[in-house]
Design a binder for this molecule. Structure first.
Ligand code: GSH
Length: 242
C-alpha cells in the first residue's frame, strides 16, 4: 500500500531494503535482480558497491512528473573470470539481456489490459488482490469495487498507450509464443538446463496472472505450458545454480 512506502522518494514497488552494514534501498525489479545475482556470483564485492553501478537517473516531465530509470540494469557486474564462468559465450549474455528488456518493455504491459479486460475480469482480479492483501472488511469491499472500476478504465488507456490490438489476448498469445520460439526445442530453458535471468523475468510476469481467466486462456491457446511447468518446478525447489 502507498502508506507502506511513505519512507521512500521512489514511489513504486518492488523496493528491496537490505541490511548491508548501513541500510540500503534497491529500487526496480530488474536492478534488484541484477544486483542480487552479481552479489551471489561475486562475493568479494559489497552490496553497497554493486548498487553504485546502477545509478538512478531522474527525469521530470513538462507536467512535473518524476520518473526514474536505472543505468546498466540488465548488466551483471562481473570480472573476466566470473563472466567466463557464467557466460561461456558472449551471445548467451546478449540474448539474456535482450529478453529481460523485452519482458520489461513489452510483456509486462500486456498484464493490465488482459486482467482488467472486462468488468467481470476486473472484479475477479480485484477480488484476488483484496484476498491476498492486507485489507480490513470495509476497506477491502471498497478497494474491490472502486479498484475494479478504476482499473477497467485505466487498462483501456494503457491498451492505447502501448498500442495493443483490439483483442488484447492476441498480443498476449503472440508474445508468449514468440518467447517459446526463442527458447526453442533444443533446451529446457533459455538458460539451458537451468533458467537464466530472462526465464526468471518472463516467469515473473506471467505468474502474476495465475488464477485469472487471462492465464487460463493463455495456457489453452499458446505453447507456453511445458516451459511454464518446468519453471514452476525449478522455482519451487528454490535450487538455483549460480
Ligand atoms: N520498472 C519497474 C516498474 C515498477 C512499477 O511500475 N510498479 C507498479 C506496481 S507493479 C507500481 O508501483 N505502480 C505505482 C505507481 O506507478 O505509482 C520495476 O520493474 O520494478
Amino acid at each position: 500500500m502507498r502508506k507502506e512506502i511513505k519512507f521512500s522518494s521512489y514511489r513504486k514497488v518492488p523496493i528491496l531494503l537490505a541490511n548491508a552494514g548501513s541500510p540500503l534501498q534497491l529500487n526496480d525489479s530488474s536492478v534488484i535482480i541484477s544486483a542480487i545475482k552479481t552479489y551471489l556470483i561475486s562475493k568479494r564485492k559489497s552490496l553497497e558497491e554493486i548498487v553504485s553501478f546502477y545509478p538512478p537517473m531522474k527525469t521530470v516531465s513538462e507536467k512535473g512528473k518524476e520518473t526514474f530509470e536505472y543505468g546498466n540494469k540488465y548488466w551483471l557486474m562481473l570480472d573476466e573470470t566470473e563472466t567466463k564462468r557464467v557466460y561461456p559465450v558472449k551471445e548467451v549474455r546478449v540474448e539474456e539481456m535482450k529478453w529481460r528488456k523485452w519482458a520489461d518493455d513489452w510483456l509486462v504491459h500486456l498484464i493490465s489490459p488482459n486482467v482488467y479486460r472486462t468488468p467481470r475480469e476486473a472484479l475477479a482480479s480485484f477480488d484476488y488482490i483484496v484476498r491476498e492483501g492486507k485489507f480490513g472488511t470495509v476497506e477491502g469491499f471498497f478497494a474491490k469495487y472502486m479498484g475494479a472500476i478504476a482499473m477497467f478504465f485505466i487498462s483501456k488507456r494503457l491498451k492505447k498507450r502501448h498500442h495493443l490490438q483490439d483483442n488484447v489476448r492476441e498480443d498476449l498469445y503472440e508474445a508468449v509464443n514468440e518467447w517459446v520460439k526463442a527458447v526453442g526445442k533444443q533446451r529446457l530453458f533459455m538458460g539451458g538446463s537451468q533458467p537464466n535471468l530472462a526465464d526468471l523475468a518472463v516467469y515473473g510476469v506471467l505468474r502474476v496472472m495465475e488464477g485469472l481467466e487471462a492465464f487460463d486462456d493463455m495456457m489453452v491457446n499458446t505453447k507456453i505450458q511445458p516451459w511454464y511447468q518446468r519453471m514452476e518446478e525449478v522455482v519451487q525447489k528454490t535450487e538455483f545454480t549460480i
